[in-house]
Design a binder for this molecule. Structure first.
Ligand code: SF4
Length: 480
């Protein structure tokens, strides 16, 4: 399937809409032979689809503004493809990452509950079930967001190393076997960046609320390197007022009792052990070099080390998995009774081996898999945060579920953009949020560890942008 879009400055919205119906379709400059979606903005808008040689066209008046034209063209493509394919995407024509944010924003703007419902169900064509999911999450997040203060911030530290590469992964993640030599210089640089972050945050009077060490797989580091990094964090920051300190211990093939004890000793209050599936056959197929038994061992060791807040990630739609297999994984996770279970829907990312090698997925019905998540509600979990990504199977969502009182605050803060996130490490993107306002500025680190180490002085220089950003807002003449 090809997608051809003409006459708009940005093809983002119509392209995304077309891919909701035809995942994996290629954006082309000109129309070739075969199946295609064509969208064109001229004096009027035109959308067409050619399927098995049969063409169907629709037209609409063209609005004037550039963004309005793009959105109107996307809406026309949506109406056409919905009618021709008979598919109703569960989130309708909503293409954004943060549907819950729309509810918060609408409430803040004074829209009524009925008005918000009409916006989702009638205007966006979202199913009532998805709207209720988003609204329930918005309700649950309300008291957590209400306590956010303008000068709060979170710290993210990235460890871009893993024991092997999962086939669906598009993150920067280097093999610990091949890149062992890079790991120590990387940790040394990271510790220096954490110290620089402390200075910047202190100069701006920022208050640290949550820490998240993610990746990659942080526990891919040696126990001594974890001590070095988390020891630096402990020296730099007062951890006593933290709401949450998460460390991903995602892979049991590099996480042992000693490392789990280090995480506990140095102040982690929440860890993540990520099975993705409890099927050994699916684990092997996605390139994870561990079994379900290893996950159980890791979980037992984490509890023995004193970890009382554990998240487990599962993925719906992994190659080779089935609806029944997913339900079994869900049941296995629930049986362990972790405080959080996060259910992702498989996303076909361009940089992943899954897409690069064009693996024939044979993906099962992910909508039916997500239906099985009702078992989570039955086991006392409730959805507390949600986000969507491009190119996700059946255009579905990722949802974090938790037991009451175990909401992952960092996940909520980053998704709802309520305060700044200072990011350390390769690939880090520091997101600065204007205190009490809506302006957002980003500072990027180099993407790959070798570049990060080699260009470290530039990284430190860029970080000075944090205090420059806040300087205007902290001026007593402007803040009163
Ligand atoms: S563990 Fe996560 S970061 Fe590492 S390769 Fe797998 S998906 Fe990528």
């Amino acid at each position: 399937m090809q997608i051809v879009i003409k006459g708009v400055a940005s093809v983002y919205e119509p392209e995304n809409i077309a891919r909701m119906f035809f995942p994996g379709a290629r954006l082309e400059k000109a129309l070739g032979r075969g199946d295609a979606v064509l969208a064109r903005a001229g004096r009027r808008l035109a959308a067409g689809v050619r399927l098995n040689g049969v063409c169907t066209l629709r037209f609409a008046p063209a609005p004037t503004g550039e963004k309005e034209r793009e959105c109107a063209l996307a809406a026309l493509v949506y109406e056409l493809l919905r009618a021709v394919t008979g598919i109703r995407p569960p989130w309708g024509k909503l293409t954004g990452v943060r549907p819950v944010r729309i509810i918060h924003d609408q409430r803040a703007a004074g829209n009524t509950e009925a008005g918000i419902e009409a916006l989702f169900v009638d205007h966006y064509d979202c199913t009532r079930e998805k709207f209720e999911l988003a609204r329930g999450i918005a309700d649950l997040q309300r008291p957590i967001l209400a306590r956010a203060k303008p000068l709060d911030y979170s710290l993210y530290i990235g460890i871009p190393f893993c024991p092997s590469r999962c086939s669906y992964c598009s993150f920067v993640s280097l093999s610990t076997e091949r890149e062992t030599k890079l790991m120590q210089p990387y940790v040394d640089a990271l510790c220096r960046e954490v110290e620089a972050m402390r200075k910047e945050a202190a100069a701006c009077g920022l208050a640290l609320k949550t820490i998240y060490i993610g990746g990659g797989t942080p526990t891919a580091l040696a126990a001594a390197q974890l001590r070095q990094l988390m020891g630096t964090v402990r020296e730099c920051f007062d951890l006593s007022g933290l709401e949450e300190y998460t460390v991903e211990a995602g892979r049991p093939d590099c996480t042992d009792a000693e490392k789990l004890a280090v995480l506990k000793e140095y102040g982690a209050t929440r860890i993540s052990i990520n099975p993705q599936t409890f099927s050994d056959a699916v684990l092997a197929r996605i390139g994870r070099r561990h079994t379900a038994a290893d996950i159980l061992r890791c979980y037992r060791e984490a509890r023995a080390a004193g970890h009382q807040n554990i998240n487990m990630d599962l993925i719906a739609g992994l190659p080779g998995d089935t609806v029944e297999g997913f339900a079994q994984s869900l049941a296995a996770a629930i049986a362990l009774s972790p405080e959080n279970i996060t259910v992702h829907t498989l996303t076909l990312k361009r940089a992943s081996n899954l897409v690069i090698q064009s693996e024939e997925g044979g993906y099962a019905d992910v909508a039916a898999m997500l239906e099985k998540c009702r078992a989570l509600a039955g086991a006392g979990y409730r959805p507390y945060y949600l986000y969507r990504q491009k190119n996700t199977l059946q255009n579905l969502e990722n949802t974090g579920w938790c037991k009451p009182g175990y909401e992952g605050c960092y996940n909520i803060y980053i998704m709802e953009e309520v305060h700044s996130i200072l990011s350390a490490g390769a690939g880090g993107s520091t997101k600065l949020c204007q205190p009490g306002g809506s302006r957002i500025q980003r500072i990027f680190n180099y993407k790959y560890p070798a570049e990060y180490i080699a260009g470290f002085d530039t990284i430190l220089k860029r970080k000075e942008g944090v205090s420059r950003f806040y300087a205007g807002y902290l001026d007593p003449q402007t803040t009163g």
